[in-house]
Design a protein around this ligand. Sequence first.
Ligand code: F6R
Length: 614
Amino acid sequence: MCGIIGYVGNKPVVDILLDGLKQLEYRGYDSSGIAVECDNQIKVYKAVGKLNNLREELSSHAYEISKANTGIGHIRWATHGVPNVINAHPHTCNCGKLAVVHNGIIENYKELKQKLEALGCVFKSQTDTEVVAHLTAMNYAKVNDLKQAVQLTAHEIEGAYALAIMHSDEPNKLVVTKRNAPLIIGVGEGEYYAASDIPAFIQHTNNAIYLKDNEVATLTPSELKIEDSEGKPIIAKVEKLPWEPVALSKMGYKHFMLKEIHEQPDVIRNILAGKLRCSDEPICLDEVKLNKDSLKKLNRIQVIACGTSLHAAMIGKYIIERFCQIPVDVEASSEYIYRSTVTDSNTLVIGVSQSGETADTLTAIKQAKAKGSHILIITNRPDSAMAREADSLLSVNAGIEVSVAATKSYIAQLTSFYLLALYMAEIKESHNIAEINKIKQEMLVLPQKIEQILVNKDNIKACARKYSSTRDFIYIARGINYPTALEGALKLKEISYINATGYPAGELKHGPIAMLDDTMPVLSILMNGSVYEKLLSNSEEAKARNAQMIALTNSTDKKLDELFDFIVRIPDVDEILSPIVSIIPLQLIAYYIAEFLGKDVDQPRNLAKSVTVE
Ligand code: F6R
């Protein structure tokens, strides 16, 4: 994880680095630092905690660094070594002439550290990154050229990395390289940026180059040179970036999470546009590169993902099995990669990821690809590493999601699963067309139903207030909304730190019911349909143990008033589509509870938005 940025040009660099790091805070925020070139020296400034602490630290050095216009910056999510000033990046070599920022993990750092210590290097931090500083400085002493020194270093280090390195003997220059971690170069007028992600520089330029693995780029204000690992020059393609800076503003909302929750109706509309126009026209999904024959030959589908994306995948299983009659397995990527999986050319492997960079999912996808499976990626980042592995790419177009807690990307993934399942069912002719058309008709009105919930959210807020002092929370559901219970619980625990768990309600009596008493809220996701009565009786069982009962329901049944202490009612919707609507109040409950508790909603502790380490 972590985020890096670098700049060479003629503008004052400090604000460029700080503003860029602000946009990368989703990648980590436990410490930060910058290195800038001043009067032929490299000056390093670091701080623990949020970026504001670094800003404060820099304010007392404002004059001495005001003229600097070359520098690198880093925002950290600790992997090796606790978050403190010493472990914060940039790291320097012993003479202080070379500074490096790094995103990723150097896997062979222990061996390298031993070797470098034997050669006289003195390590200050507990990080894996510091080996890069010492090793590159050693290489520099041999070749007296920063680019060559970095190339030598890249041959010796193993693991995943994006690196930006500067040396005071080569002023106005940065050398950057990457392997299995993102690094994008922003191309301006007489200036270049290098960063882990586009938002770090998009307010300055939307011309960019995606550096490829093992390429080494040398950036000066007047020139950009890229070479492959053997030193062969590369002519890189400059791409126009699609995203506008306005996407990064809170647009008047108190938090990005709240803004992103409110964007969900439009997210659905955007995805449906051009793909599902009306109920009696077939779904158009040209992105799926499987023809009718290969779709018919599919013997199974594996879906791999992590966290919230995994919950979307679990709902995807229900939908695909229902409409397409193909067995679907869903697995956490981190488990998938450490067992021998049965995959072949008749297996469709679907990777689901907001960021498209999650290390475990990326590795799982690569493993499946090597076995000859067709790889379909559902992601919010069509420019990501996962997207580049895709045979079929479903880009969900939810726009940049800043809040660490995923909301609109989840809705976008779900919508994509519905489109995919219905599309495959239409091609395979595996399901009754009248029912497919009915579902398509309902999908078109989902945005209005979500808008109704968002407009009438006072009751949801009241529910959050009533239960905000609880220490534990249980969510129960059955069938297609069981993953909704998991996702509702995940949202609550990640931003409020309340211990929340989702259960398939039928499992309650096999153990968890022992926890119930009058201090335990149990939220029942009670949607009209096949499991309504079953869940109602599971809720009765919980009530009989004095639990505080909350219903999230689309039923108008008055009897519920007796059973439940609090009821959140939402518009009615077909059971199969209900996960798209039922998650909205759960996102809001999590949001308001965290808000009432004064938690850092958009940047919860210990988390980062993009998990690029295993
Ligand atoms: C929770 C959340 C995480 C991510 C998970 C996978 O709100 O955001 O659980 O869903 O880290 O990330 P992606 O989808 O980027 O692969």
